[in-house]
Design a protein around this ligand. Sequence first.
Ligand SMILES: [Zn+2]
Length: 387
Amino acid sequence: MESTKTIQLKIIDVDNDLVETMQKYSEGMNYVSEVVFQNGKVIPARKLQRIVYGYLREKLGLKSQVSCNIPRQVAGSYKTLSDQIKCKKSEWQKLVYTPSSMTLSYKRDYTITEDSVSITTFSSGRKTYKIQNYDYALQYFKEPWKFAASKVVKHYNGDYYFHLTVSQEIEEPAIEKASTFMGVDVGINYLAVASTTDKKCKFFAGGEIKNKRNIYSKMRARLQSKGTLSAKRVLKRLAGKEQRFMKDVNHCISKAIVKFAVQEKVSVIGLEDLTDIRENTNGKLRKKQRYLHNSWAFRQLQSFVDYKAKQVGILVEYVNPEYTSQTCNRCNHISKNNRKGLRFHCETCGFELNADLNSARNIEHRTRDSRYILESQGCLSTIHTDT
Ligand SMILES: [Zn+2]
């Protein structure tokens, strides 16, 4: 499988050529977006390219490579949107692009050295810009890493960065050989709790971050009740601030989770599958799952754990999240009454544990089970060769 990594390098001598190039790029993106939007449903990338290529080349004067990149990217974004619509998280809408992000293919659109990046600009052909590099990033300029499609991004403070993506092929670990699993419960009391097959566990950040998020949510409620124009502006700024704060937190926690997994020689990390939460027989969603499902912060934490795990060759499995918090990890008895606030107390066998840790252990158990389910379905290659 492919391991990828993105590093952010500040572009020092940004000029009008670069700004104009991004401007033209976003014009192209918005034109293509309009075409898909008017169509009322997703258009596959190849078909979309046939429709818009002429306009992008002749009317907007974009280079051929860029005229291929743009429809591919727009098609990808609308595909994501339609996935969100399927699970009722969004509705059909026109996607709008600002001139703050531009994707470039390696060699065709950019080349890079340790201290400069060369980018094909709209008006002045290939131009070289200085980048601010740092010691830690230099390792990604060498084998086995290879440069991949990367981005120029204007950060919210107005600076331009080159988001360089590098990748390398790493050997896919075989799930049938896995012996140590880890379940990660994402939640509200602790942002995450991890537990391994050997019952090693770790709790990740709770209190302080919970407080800070509470402060944000109180501020939000106050501003929303005001409803004035200036309150709306403050709300928008606040949302951006909270997003950046949680993104930093999620980066730190996911990094710590994966580090813990490496240290404990874990081969597979199990996460709750929050994407497809069905209503249960009572027609009600479980409160925690509904909360997590709607929270971009928890979904982001999961996705960070997912890609950071893959970078170091750890597999990620998504398991059924039903009743993970109500199931006794010792006797498998399921009951709402097993929860006593932050404690788990089994009404049948008397087993007691921190409630989030009990959930993490159940997720670990289900992750371990997923291996046997695969085996019984004959999905593992070893089974094929044996029979
Ligand atoms: Zn029990």
